[in-house]
Design a protein around this ligand. Structure first.
Ligand code: TYM
Length: 327
């Protein structure tokens, strides 16, 4: 079976973009692959975060992974910092990554903002840590949203460079797996920006734990336009984003959806979208609350996951060190 690896940062609230761009796709294909899913806490410290918040976010994200339908008989689920090989490989790969490659990473520029003098160098090297995550497990496929495409490309380049340098297939060359509907969910407040966990405006995103009233309010306020035509149209990014969410949730074609709302207005469509969201999220939230109330069981799951993947990570580290001449 092909190996799948992916991860999410335990920062802020996991939102609809994370669900439609990542988790949902992991769940859909978990039978076909050999799956490893990570809670990437070492990535979460690239920007300041409160210790208590980080600690609780890690558990919350583990509960959400399971609540969304990941099955422990098909996946290993673990916390990045529980497997020290991630930090170890990341250092080694840093020594093989040209500055020029990292200078081209667009996410760094967005996240660092104007703060170039004081932002931590971890944020700059973050794509190399991510490359290490993927390469440690000889991963074939990386199911992610569109915003991670560039990082997976860097991972491929780095693996090829390393293998070429030592003339040995030390790393499997991974591929990004980016699905079409849902790979890039936009902000509800400003549909020209992607939906983001760090958006200061909570009306810009729907979290997986939002209650029906909140969902209704956020969809009601979502930016549209004055045309009132319920059609997919790149020139009207607001309604198109809402329609894309509806398409990703229902699995119907664009034509089918446009026909469903022909002659109807934004109000009717927003009501249908709200119902659809509430229906999707209700069972996830119910399972989440059960899982989060049994902390010892959840901790046990994470410990077991780390125990399962550690030998795989160590096997790669031995290959890497041997190729380089370390140790
Ligand atoms: P993160 O935590 O920002 O996002 C987690 C996943 O959600 C996807 N995503 C979206 N998809 C669609 N629309 C959106 N608006 C949206 N926002 C986020 C992301 O593409 C991602 O799949 N660097 C990664 C975490 C990571 C990782 C890895 C992923 C670390 N190591 C190894 C894969 C493999 C990140 O910050 O994702």
């Amino acid at each position: 079976k092909k190996r799948v690896f992916s991860g999410i940062q335990p920062t802020n609230n996991i939102h609809l973009g994370n669900y439609l761009g990542a988790i949902r796709n992991w769940v859909e294909t978990q039978d076909q692959y050999d799956n490893i899913f990570c809670i990437v806490d070492l990535h979460a410290i690239t920007l300041p975060i409160e210790p208590k918040e980080l600690h609780s976010n890690i558990r919350k994200l583990a509960a959400l992974y399971l609540a969304c339908g990941l099955d422990l008989s098909k996946c290993s689920l673990f916390v990045q910092s529980h497997v020290h090989q991630h930090a170890e490989l990341s250092w080694i790969l840093n020594c093989y990554t040209p500055m020029g490659w990292l200078n081209r990473m667009t996410q760094f520029k967005t996240k660092a903002g104007e703060d170039m003098e004081s932002v931590g160098t971890g944020l700059y090297c973050y794509p190399v840590l991510m490359a290490g995550d993927i390469l440690l497990y000889q991963t074939d496929m990386v199911p992610v949203g569109d915003d991670q495409r560039q990082h997976v490309e860097l991972t491929r380049d780095l693996a090829q460079r390393f293998n070429g340098l030592y003339n040995k297939p030390v790393f499997t060359i991974p591929k990004a797996d980016i699905r079409t509907a849902g790979a890039r969910i936009m902000s509800l407040a400003d549909p020209t920006k992607k939906m983001s966990k760090s958006d200061p405006n909570p009306n810009a995103y729907i979290t997986l734990l939002d209650d029906p009233k909140t969902i209704k309010k956020k969809i009601g306020r979502a930016t549209t336009d004055s045309e009132r035509l319920v059609t997919f149209d790149p020139a009207r990014p607001g309604i198109t984003n809402l329609l894309t969410i509806y398409q990703a949730l229902t699995g119907q074609s664009q034509q089918h959806i446009e026909a469903e709302f022909a002659g109807k207005g934004y109000g009717d469509f927003k009501a249908a979208l709200t119902d659809c969201l509430v229906e999707t999220l209700a069972p996830i939230q119910q399972r989440y609350h059960e899982l989060i109330s049994d902390m010892p069981a959840l901790e046990g799951v994470l410990k077991q996951g780390a125990d399962e993947v550690r030998p795989l990570a160590e096997k790669t580290m031995i290959k890497v060190k041997k190729a380089i001449g370390l140790g």
